[in-house]
Design a protein around this ligand. Structure first.
Ligand code: ASP
Ligand code: MG
Length: 418
């Protein structure tokens, strides 16, 4: 008997039919003798609908009240799911995040889980219940309702799995695993049977939407065994087959199989680049520029500073395209004259493409192969950053699909590694 956490996203519980299908799947797992905790998202589209309602009333909704509203989608799903289970003759109990003491900090709309008191869940499991918990939500130490950021149910599931020391955390979703790249761009993209945490972390932060990045960090930290698999299969597929399907997120030291050097091509579309030209190269400049940006609560991604020529340098960085106008405004009003920059140039039509793979640590020539591939396609590279296991470039966004396809082919990702 194992204790297993299942998580079902919005599409997987998007209709009454799908909820019933999930209930049948859970029944199968319980019949096999497992204890189950189920974390669910709001039905698909529901969280967007709730946030839109709030914005109809307040252009930028009060964060505390926004969380009160946005968290309700999940409460509907847990009740419906528990009913569907009971309808199959199973024992089930639903709980909101705060009812099972998912304690978070007070950062409304992006709260972090501090602690989970899993005693109540354990007692219900021992009594033969399937425990259904609302994802995406918790409460702070003062009892205020909080939410964990969009896609946060993944993190709820992993955090519960960690708190319960579950044997495995299965993330059921509308795709059947993690792919070498987005199959909508490259039809030959291949499902990875395993991917390491480090790679998954890079892919999540580089735009792969399969898992919320915080959930991957959490799983890595607490060594939660995590698998991504499809919820859209027939609920009655044999359990052994289902249990080994999808993509397993592994720890590098446990990987025995020969791995490909590169695991995937990730990308993010909606980025913008900002360059301050000819700024004086002296201590404190980067701080003055990025400090003002951080104060405006704008996340910065890539940062590149040129070598200085005659005491002057160019300084470039990227932000999400949705923050571009605000970032330009901050620079023009608060930074430009202050630091003596000659010019501020912006380009809101760029994207970022990255190759990811832990094999890079032990193989040379990956960067040059990447750059050669892009040059053969006539794609100009505007910025480059690297980490131990990834190389990212900023390019004109009209070349995104071309670049992803060319790189996928150049690294032979459509083939299973030998
Ligand atoms: N319902 C929330 C969202 O749409 C949380 C989740 O689905 O993970 O972002
Ligand atoms: Mg999701």
């Amino acid at each position: 008997m194992a204790l297993i956490v299942h998580k079902y996203g919005g599409t997987s519980v998007g209709s009454v039919e799908r909820i019933k299908n999930v209930a049948r799947r859970l029944a199968k797992w319980q019949r096999a003798g497992h204890q189950l905790v189920v974390v669910v998202s709001a039905m698909s589209g529901e969280t967007n609908r709730l946030i839109a309602l709030a914005k109809d009333i307040q252009a930028s909704p009060d964060p505390r009240e926004l969380d009160v509203v946005a968290s309700t989608g999940e409460q509907v799903t847990i009740g419906l799911m528990a009913m569907a289970l009971k309808d199959l003759g199973l024992k089930a109990k639903s709980y909101t995040g705060w009812q099972v003491h998912v304690l978070t900090d007070s950062a409304f709309t992006k709260a972090r889980i501090v602690e989970i008191d899993e005693k109540k869940i354990r007692a219900d499991l021992s009594a033969g219940n399937i425990v259904v918990v609302a994802g995406f939500q918790g409460a702070d130490e003062f009892g205020n309702v909080t939410t964990l950021g969009r896609g946060g149910s993944d993190t709820s599931a992993v955090a519960l799995a960690a708190a319960l020391k579950a044997d495995e955390c299965l993330i059921y979703t509308d795709v059947d695993g993690v792919y070498t790249t987005d199959p909508r761009i490259v039809p030959e993209a291949r499902r990875l049977s395993t991917v390491t945490f480090e790679e998954m972390l890079e892919m999540a932060s580089l735009g792969s939407k399969v898992l919320q990045i915080r959930s991957v960090e959490f799983a890595g930290k607490y060594r939660v065994k995590l698998r991504v698999l499809s919820s859209l299969t027939d609920a009655e597929v044999p359990l052994e087959e289902e249990a080994g399907s999808g993509t397993l997120i592994t720890f590098e030291e446990d990987t025995v199989m020969e791995k490909a050097v590169i695991s995937g091509i990730a990308f993010t579309r909606d980025e913008a680049k900002i360059t301050l030209t000819r700024v004086p190269d002296r201590p404190g400049i980067a701080y003055q520029i990025l400090g003002a940006i951080a104060e405006a609560n704008i996340d910065v991604d890539m940062i590149v500073q040129n070598i200085s020529v005659e005491g002057m340098t160019d300084f470039s960085f990227t932000v999400a395209r949705s923050e571009y106008a605000r970032a330009m405004d901050v620079l023009n009003t608060k930074v430009k004259d202050h630091i003596g920059a000659t010019n501020i140039i912006g380009d809101p039509k760029i994207c970022k493409v990255s190759v990811v793979g832990i094999g890079m640590r032990s193989h040379v020539g990956i960067a040059s192969q990447m750059f050669r591939t892009l040059s053969e396609e006539g794609i100009n590279i505007q910025m480059i950053t690297t980490s131990e296991i990834k190389i990212s470039v900023v390019i004109d966004d009209k070349y995104l699909e071309l670049a992803v396809r060319a790189l996928h082919k150049a690294f032979g990702l459509e083939h299973e590694p030998a």
